[in-house]
Design a protein around this ligand. Structure first.
Ligand code: PEP
Ligand code: MN
Length: 337
C-alpha cells in the first residue's frame, strides 16, 4: 500500500499515519515524489482499510501496489529515479555509456581502451576483476590487482568504474575501488549478496538472470532496496531462448515493460545479448530507441587478443561510430548524449 501525503501535512499527522501502518505490522519507507511525500507500507502486515486510511488527516491518496515489488514500483515513485555519481547522472535526460573490456588484463589494455571509450563519450569504464566463467579452468580474473589498476587508469582518464561483485565476501574489498557494483546474470538470485548490497553506499546495477522473468528481475532490485540502498539500476543483457545463432536474445519488451513498471534506470548490455561483434551496434541502437537509459558495452583495443569475450567486443572505431549514431537516436527520442 502506498500513501500519498498532502503537501500541507503536519508532522503530527504524518507521524499518526506512520504509527497506524506500523501498528498493522508494516515497515514504512518514505520517498519524495515531486512536491509530495509518499509512504510505502512494506512487509508482512495486515492491510488496513483503504477508506480508513483515506480518512486520516494529511492523507491525499491511497493506492495498492499489485506487483510483488513495492519500492521499485512506479506506483511508489512516479518520477524516474536519477542516480548521481559525481557529475554523472544515470536515469536523467542524458544517455549514459559504460564501456570497456570484459575482463581486466593489463595496464596497457586499460589505458588504451579507456582513452578510446572516453574519447567516444563513455563516462563509466567497465571491466571484471572477478569473472563468473562457465569453466573452472578458464581465466578467473586478476582480483584486487586488477581493481587497483582499473581505479588508477580510470582516475587518470576521468572515468568512473563499474565491476562485478560475485560474492558478499568481496564487497568490502571492492568498495575501495569501484563506483558501481555490478551483479551478474548468474548472481541475480544470490539473495545473501543482494541483501548485503542493500547496506552499501554505492549504486548497484542488477543484471537480469538468464531465464528470469521481469517480476523476478525487479524483485532482485527490491532486495537491494529493502536493505536501504535506493540507488539501484537494472540491466537487460539477453535471455535464453530457442534461437542459437546469437549468444542470447535481447528482450526489448523487457526494457519497455521495466520502464513502465518501475522508476529505476534501465541499462542494456547488447554485448552479452548478441555475442557477435557486428550484431552489437544494431541492438545498442534499438535499445536507446526503446527507452533504455544507458548502455553497457564491451570494447577492447585489440579484441582479437582479448582473454575473454573477444568475439563480442567492439573495436574502438566501431564504438566511436556507434556513439555517433546513439547521439542521433537519443535526440530523436528526446534525450541527449
Ligand atoms: C559481464 O558483464 O562481464 C558478464 C559476465 O555479464 P553477464 O553477467 O550478463 O553474463
Ligand atoms: Mn563478458
Amino acid at each position: 500500500m502506498v500513501i500519498i501525503l498532502r503537501p500541507d501535512v503536519t508532522p503530527d499527522q504524518r507521524h499518526a499515519v506512520e504509527a497506524r501502518l506500523r501498528d498493522c505490522g508494516f515497515q514504512v519507507v518514505f520517498s519524495p515524489n515531486g512536491t509530495q511525500v509518499t509512504m510505502a507500507a512494506v512487509g508482512e502486515g495486515t492491510m488496513p482499510g483503504m477508506e480508513d486510511m483515506l480518512r486520516m488527516p494529511g492523507v491525499a491518496d491511497v493506492r495498492r501496489i499489485p506487483a510483488p515489488f513495492k519500492l521499485a514500483s512506479r506506483i511508489f515513485r512516479e518520477d524516474s529515479s536519477v542516480i548521481r555519481i559525481g557529475d554523472v547522472e544515470i536515469g536523467g535526460k542524458s544517455i549514459v555509456l559504460m564501456a570497456g573490456p570484459c575482463t581486466i588484463e593489463s595496464e596497457e589494455q586499460l589505458v588504451r581502451t579507456g582513452a578510446a571509450v572516453y574519447a567516444a563519450g563513455a563516462r563509466i569504464m567497465r571491466g571484471g576483476a572477478f569473472k563468473p566463467r562457465t569453466s573452472p579452468y578458464s581465466f578467473q580474473g586478476l582480483g584486487e590487482e586488477g581493481l587497483k589498476l582499473m581505479r588508477r587508469v580510470a582516475d587518470a582518464q576521468g572515468l568512473l568504474v563499474i565491476s562485478e561483485v560475485m560474492d558478499k565476501s568481496q564487497i568490502a574489498l571492492m568498495d575501495r575501488y569501484v563506483d558501481i557494483f555490478q551483479v551478474g546474470a548468474r548472481n541475480m538470485q544470490n539473495y545473501p549478496l543482494l541483501r548485503e548490497l542493500g547496506s552499501v553506499e554505492r549504486p548497484v546495477l542488477v543484471k537480469r538472470g538468464l531465464a528470469a522473468t521481469v517480476d523476478e528481475w525487479l524483485m532482485s532490485a527490491e532486495y537491494v532496496m529493502s536493505g536501504g540502498n535506493d540507488r539501484v539500476m537494472v540491466c537487460e543483457r539477453g535471455i535464453r531462448a530457442y534461437e542459437t545463432y546469437t549468444r542470447n536474445t535481447l528482450d526489448l519488451n523487457a526494457v519497455a515493460v521495466a520502464k513502465s513498471l518501475s522508476h529505476l534506470p534501465v541499462i542494456v548490455d547488447p554485448s552479452h545479448a548478441a555475442g557477435i561483434r557486428d550484431k552489437v551496434p544494431p541492438l545498442a541502437r534499438a535499445a536507446i530507441a526503446a527507452g533504455a537509459d544507458g548502455l553497457l558495452v564491451e570494447v577492447h583495443y585489440d579484441p582479437e587478443r582479448a582473454i575473454c569475450d573477444g568475439p563480442q567486443s567492439l573495436f574502438p572505431e566501431q564504438f566511436q561510430e556507434l556513439t555517433g549514431q546513439i547521439r542521433m537516436i537519443a535526440e530523436a527520442v528526446g534525450r541527449t548524449l
